[in-house]
Design a protein around this ligand. Structure first.
Ligand SMILES: NC(=O)c1ccc[n+]([C@@H]2O[C@H](COP(=O)([O-])OP(=O)(O)OC[C@H]3O[C@@H](n4cnc5c(N)ncnc54)[C@H](OP(=O)(O)O)[C@@H]3O)[C@@H](O)[C@H]2O)c1
Length: 297
């Protein structure tokens, strides 16, 4: 029987970290690991370590049978194709179908917190329907719902720090950002385990904070004052559109994160990082201090 572990999307930021933790933290033999990507040339460092590299593109179903062949446990990393309606779900369903056809023993999938039909997050349906398709295979599964990465803040906060204003429609809602590396360590632990029990984990940081509390921590780390300006979803959308010229679906996606926070849908903390890894999840304060130069200190 095969004992091979497959990581799809292996060249992405999360995929690389999962491979790192499989090799270095879980001490999985490289010969057991298969790393799959649309572009295998990006995985040379893992080939050099003895990891097998295969091509897998969820947009090209013909690439999938060979990629999934002889695999025991597969990690399907959700894709970044959030710009074109329907595309990401099609990609994920192709991957789940390939896993089923290949006869894998366990499917792991990276999802989001509370992807139920009540979610305002514009891409929640991709995760909800992928989770349902995974369950419908009848194959044991581990669904890992990652809270928002701390690293996402590096995209939005430099502008907040330089302008001194944080426009937000999140109200007093709280969010518990998680370090991407903590999610990777937890996913690697779940992938390397031999369990065939099905489970859903939600990975969060150690504390949930309001926007005002995060702003105060950012001010402390950077030495720059930040005023949180509470606005409606509509006003936030108008402001983002005027400032960035981003297309409406992207603006709506960004605003939907604030709506989601305001509704309390990410206001919780779990013990799941520690349960899976045995280590405490990294705090937001540590992340902000480590990245204060990038934030504009
Ligand atoms: N929780 C959060 O805050 C958060 C934030 C951003 C994204 N995410 C989700 O988590 C995933 C991993 O995060 P990340 O930081 O590693 O993102 P990333 O660096 O942007 O990586 C994008 C990922 O999508 C994969 N992908 C894109 N098109 C694909 C296709 N046609 N077939 C197979 N794989 C495809 C890429 O794989 P290859 O390039 O190797 O083929 C890569 O793993 C993202 O893709 C997204 O679904 C979560």
């Amino acid at each position: 029987m095969s004992d091979k572990l497959l990581v799809t999307g292996a060249s992405g930021q999360l995929g690389r970290l999962v491979l790192h933790h499989l090799l270095e933290t879980q001490k999985v033999r490289p010969q057991r690991i298969v790393a799959a990507s649309r572009d295998t040339s990006k995985l040379a460092e893992f080939t050099a370590k003895g990891v097998e590299v295969r091509k897998a593109d969820f947009d090209d179903e013909t690439s999938l049978p060979a990629a999934f062949e002889g695999i025991d446990r597969v990690l399907i990393i959700s894709t970044d194709a959030v710009g074109e309606p329907g595309k990401r779900l099609r990609q994920h369903l192709a991957a789940v179908e390939a896993a089923k056809k290949a006869g894998v023993a366990h499917i792991l999938y990276t999802s989001m917190p509370k992807p139920d039909a009540g979610s305002p997050v514009t891409f929640a349906g991709d995760h909800r329907e992928t989770e349902e398709s995974v369950k419908a295979t009848g194959i044991p599964y581990t669904i890992i719902r990652n809270s928002w990465y701390q690293e996402n803040l590096l995209g939005s906060l430099p502008q907040v720090v330089s302008s001194g204003k944080w426009y937000s429609s999140a109200g007093d809602g709280r969010v518990s950002h998680v370090a991407r590396d903590d999610t990777a360590a937890a996913i690697a632990a779940a992938l390397a385990s031999s369990t065939n029990e099905s489970a859903i984990y939600t990975l969060t940081g150690p504390t949930s904070f309001t926007t005002a509390e995060i702003a105060a921590q950012v001010s402390e780390a950077t030495g720059k004052p930040i005023e949180v300006v509470k606005v409606s979803d509509e006003a936030l959308a108008e402001g983002i559109k005027a400032a960035t010229g981003l297309p409406a679906p992207v603006v709506n996606l960004i605003v939907s994160f604030d709506t989601n926070t305001r509704l309390g849908r990410v206001d919780f903390v779990t013990d799941d990082v520690r349960k899976l890894t045995g280590r405490e999840p990294a705090s937001l304060r540590a992340f902000l201090n480590a990245n204060k130069a990038s934030l504009g200190a």
